[in-house]
Design a protein around this ligand. Structure first.
Ligand SMILES: Nc1ncnc2c1ncn2[C@@H]1O[C@H](COP(=O)(O)OP(=O)(O)OP(=O)(O)O)[C@@H](O)[C@H]1O
Ligand SMILES: O=P(O)(O)OC[C@H]1O[C@H](OP(=O)(O)OP(=O)(O)O)[C@H](O)[C@@H]1O
Ligand SMILES: [Mg+2]
Length: 282
């Protein structure tokens, strides 16, 4: 049975459960449940603190886990990323009162407050900057006003939390993060149950990113039309009862669907339809 660590709280837990549900896995009904078995899919889910997931996975008792890339790196655990999941996207940045610092060099001799000590200490060492790091559990934006630090390093998504605290980012982003699937470093990459799990999640990612497009066009326009909708491998082209016309079917990126429909219409395609994809295996 495949044993999978899933975030039990915070920004990652809701979207992770949604994705697993879309991939056909049973999920817990109550937020207090710590583990559930999904016998139909031969999987057991362990609901753990997002910060602990890389440590559990690196210990080898659990096969895979879902966590944030930033949490994985911060933990220093012996685990590696095998699939990015496209949600909980953020950057990790330094911030201070406006005008107090311009780049990482200005951190020399300062105190940086963060919940991600591993990332910050590693970054400072890499840059050869001598600064102190103070660990706080959260709400680090307040640390400057309350005199705990001159600089903070934190997750930034919209920037609202920083703005509300009167702070500004400076320097280059330390890293970009998103939710990722991880496994123990060097674990068997070909393990069929792991591969099947990854294929299911990839199916969800594709179903979220693409739509199916169908249309009719004249044979003379087919090459131009196919250039607009090349599909993932190649579009399906079928003859129509009316001679000189064909029906075309291809997957297109959902974000581009409206523009592609306009372009197809302009070259003479008609009966252009898009439909959602619910699940797929590529
Ligand atoms: N506002 C946000 N937008 C996107 N991702 C975020 C955001 N806040 C945290 N994350 C991501 O969530 C993960 C941290 O999860 P964790 O549960 O530890 O913190 P949290 O989501 O801030 O919840 P908590 O309420 O417990 O502080 C990291 O991967 C981080 O990048
Ligand atoms: O750029 P934004 O869209 O404002 O998002 C980023 C904020 O969200 C998270 O905080 P959270 O609300 O989880 O509180 P925490 O600091 O206690 O973790 C993170 O730690 C930042 O503070
Ligand atoms: Mg938080």
């Amino acid at each position: 049975m495949l044993r999978i660590a899933v975030p039990n709280k915070g920004s990652l837990s809701g979207p992770a459960a949604d994705m697993l549900h879309e991939a056909g896995y049973q999920q817990r009904r109550e937020s207090k449940e710590l583990r559930i078995v999904d016998p139909v899919n031969d999987v057991e889910f362990f609901y753990l603190r997002p910060r602990d997931i890389a440590i559990y996975v690196s210990s080898g008792q659990l096969d895979i886990g879902i966590t944030g890339r930033d949490l994985l790196i911060d933990s220093g655990a012996d685990a590696e990323e095998i699939l990015p999941l496209g949600f909980a996207r953020s950057t990790f940045r330094f911030a201070s009162k406006p005008g107090e610092a311009n780049g990482v060099a200005d951190l020399k001799g300062k105190t940086v407050a963060t919940s991600y000590e591993g990332i910050v200490a590693g970054h400072l060492a890499e840059q050869g900057i001598d600064a102190s790091v103070v660990h706080l559990d959260g709400a680090v934006e307040t640390a400057i006003e309350l005199g705990v630090a001159e600089v903070i390093a934190d997750v930034v998504e919209t920037g609202t939390s920083l703005r509300n605290a009167g702070l500004e980012v400076f320097g280059e982003p330390i890293m970009k993060s998103e939710a990722v699937v991880i496994r123990r470093t060097g674990a068997d990459a070909e393990e069929p149950k792991v591969q099947q799990f990854l294929r299911r999640l990839q199916g969800v990612l594709v179903a979220r990113t693409y739509v199916m497009m169908d249309y009719d066009c004249r044979v003379e326009q087919l090459e131009k039309a196919v250039a607009l909708t090349p599909g993932l491998e190649s579009p399906t082209v079928s003859p129509l009862h009316n001679e000189g016309w064909v029906a075309v079917r291809a997957m297109v990126p959902a974000k581009e669907a409206q523009r592609i429909m306009d372009d197809l219409y302009d070259i003479g395609a008609r009966a252009i339809l898009t439909t959602a994809i619910h699940a797929c295996r590529l």
